[in-house]
Design a protein around this ligand. Structure first.
Ligand SMILES: C[S@@+](CC[C@H](N)C(=O)[O-])C[C@H]1O[C@@H](n2cnc3c(N)ncnc32)[C@H](O)[C@@H]1O
Length: 449
């Protein structure tokens, strides 16, 4: 087909000689115009697609470059965890930490506190050449996941009052701080840990109160630790916002626990604030004894004493391998929450004395241990009376007694002491005093547990 412009021009179909009519020519022009428009539209779409492609590519490249940069930053932070050289001066270390302290307020997050880069616990132990002292039961926990897990077992401590026993180089202390308590008091006997504690106190100073006590926890007056903490109603379902946390020195852990149970029963010490809770580590066997139920192989004085005033819970075990130096045994983490209504109203000291006697001869009938509560002159008679009134089988072994049965024996003894005050001071282990009528004659008790 050929074409030429102009009103008079004609359109002929080649080879046929036929001329196209004007309407046919107009129709073809219209189609041609529409085709042209379609091509232009497609070209526009192609250009737009190219632009979108370039934009998307740019974004992906941007994300990629940003990720690379972030990974580098993480690596930079990780490098702080590389062992510092021992020759680093303490001063330089402290300066670095102090500088970090100014940044700490920015590091508060809704889920807790992000501490600025600090030397690792392992490095601090090396740096200050903190060799463990056996007499102070020093076994350090370096693994942050484990120290965090211990602190998490305490429940919510945000904005609460926390006392840490024996912080040592500060592994658990850091985990506590990350949970953002209102006021933290650490009590540590070993003065070698003071610089590491002061470093943490400096770092936390912008956002919480941290007090360091260098001394013996056995003499520390916890009731004076938190002057800003208002007393909390004991009967309130919610516990008091006070927590005692610690990887305890094993040498004194049982003694500490008994002291604290006494305070709990008298609502003194940590319990002057209300129902404060404990999150503590014990040697595995001790932890198992604390929670041991009736008939258990581990059932002992500690089980019954704990279960009278609290609900103890063995939360998890930690392998001895996690500690430096490694102790001979594994470790159990126990939480102890005071009961709203304790199972007895008898004074702690009387309860402790009777329960100690009940469990003093674990392999023998429980009557044997109980009989030692009474002086020889009245022993037979009062022992028989005790079991009769308490409605307890005198031939049961102590681990076969429920807490309620133990407490019935306690209550009968408490009544008998009221009637015969002279028996209260009788101690079968005390040296014999001839002619007193209260002579001791038993020295064969088994090792106490
Ligand atoms: C088992 S270590 C735990 C150290 C640190 N909390 C940890 O988990 O790595 C026990 C800590 O209690 C301290 N300690 C021992 N007897 C103490 C006492 N009577 N009063 C206060 N702290 C004591 C030790 O010096 C040691 O730092």
């Amino acid at each position: 087909m050929s074409s030429s412009e102009g009103p008079k021009s004609e359109f002929k179909i080649e080879g046929t000689g036929r001329t196209l009519k004007k309407t046919e020519v107009d129709f073809m022009r219209l189609i041609e115009q529409q085709n042209l428009q379609r091509v232009q539209k497609l070209q526009r779409q192609r250009r737009n697609n190219k632009l979108t492609g370039i934009a998307l590519g740019g974004t992906v490249l941007g994300i990629y470059l940003y990720s690379m940069f972030s990974v580098k930053q993480e690596k930079f932070l990780d490098d702080f965890e590389e062992p510092v050289k021992l020759e680093v001066e303490n001063k330089a270390l402290t300066q670095h930490t102090m500088a970090s302290a100014t940044r700490i307020s920015k590091a508060l997050t809704s889920s807790g506190v992000r501490l600025p880069p600090l030397p690792t616990i392992r490095d601090l132990v090396k740096l200050y050449q903190l060799r463990a002292i056996k007499q102070l039961s020093q076994n350090f926990l370096m693994d942050e996941r484990l120290t965090d897990k211990i602190v998490r077992a305490a429940g919510n401590i945000r904005d609460h009052y926390v006392l840490e026993v024996g912080p040592g180089p500060g592994g658990i202390t850091r985990s506590i701080i990350r949970q953002n308590p209102r006021h933290l008091v650490v009590v540590e006997k070993d003065r070698r840990f003071m610089p590491t504690m002061e470093m943490l106190a400096e770092v936390t100073q912008p956002f919480m109160r941290m007090d360091i006590v260098q001394g013996d926890i056995l003499n520390y007056r916890i009731e004076e630790a938190f002057p800003d903490c208002p007393p909390h109603d004991w009967m309130d379902k919610r516990r008091a916002p006070v927590h005692l946390i610690g990887n305890l020195p094993f040498a004194i852990s049982t003694r500490l626990l008994i002291n604290w149970l006494r305070d709990m029963s008298l609502r003194t010490g940590a319990w002057s604030y209300g129902r404060a809770s404990l999150t503590l580590t014990f040697q595995k066997e001790v932890a198992e004894r604390i929670v041991a139920p009736i008939l258990s192989e581990q059932r002992c004085r500690l089980s019954v004493m704990n279960q009278i005033w609290s609900s103890p819970d063995l939360r998890f075990m930690i392998s001895g391998r996690a500690f430096v130096p490694k102790p001979q045994v594994d470790v159990g983490v126990v939480t102890i929450v005071p009961l709203q209504t304790p199972l007895t109203q008898v004074h702690f000291d009387t309860v402790e004395k009777v329960i100690r006697h009940i469990f003093s001869m674990r392999q023998k009938y429980c009557r044997r241990g109980v009989s030692n509560l009474y002086p020889p002159a009245v022993r037979e008679e009062l022992t028989e009376l005790t079991f009769k009134r308490a409605e307890v089988d005198p031939l049961a072994r102590s681990f076969q007694l429920s807490v309620a049965e133990c407490l019935r024996i306690v209550e009968v003894y408490d009544d008998l002491v009221r009637q015969h005050p002279e028996i209260a001071s009788y101690d079968y282990r005390a040296p014999k005093v001839k002619g007193s009528g209260l002579e001791s004659d038993e020295q064969d008790s088994e090792t106490e547990r």
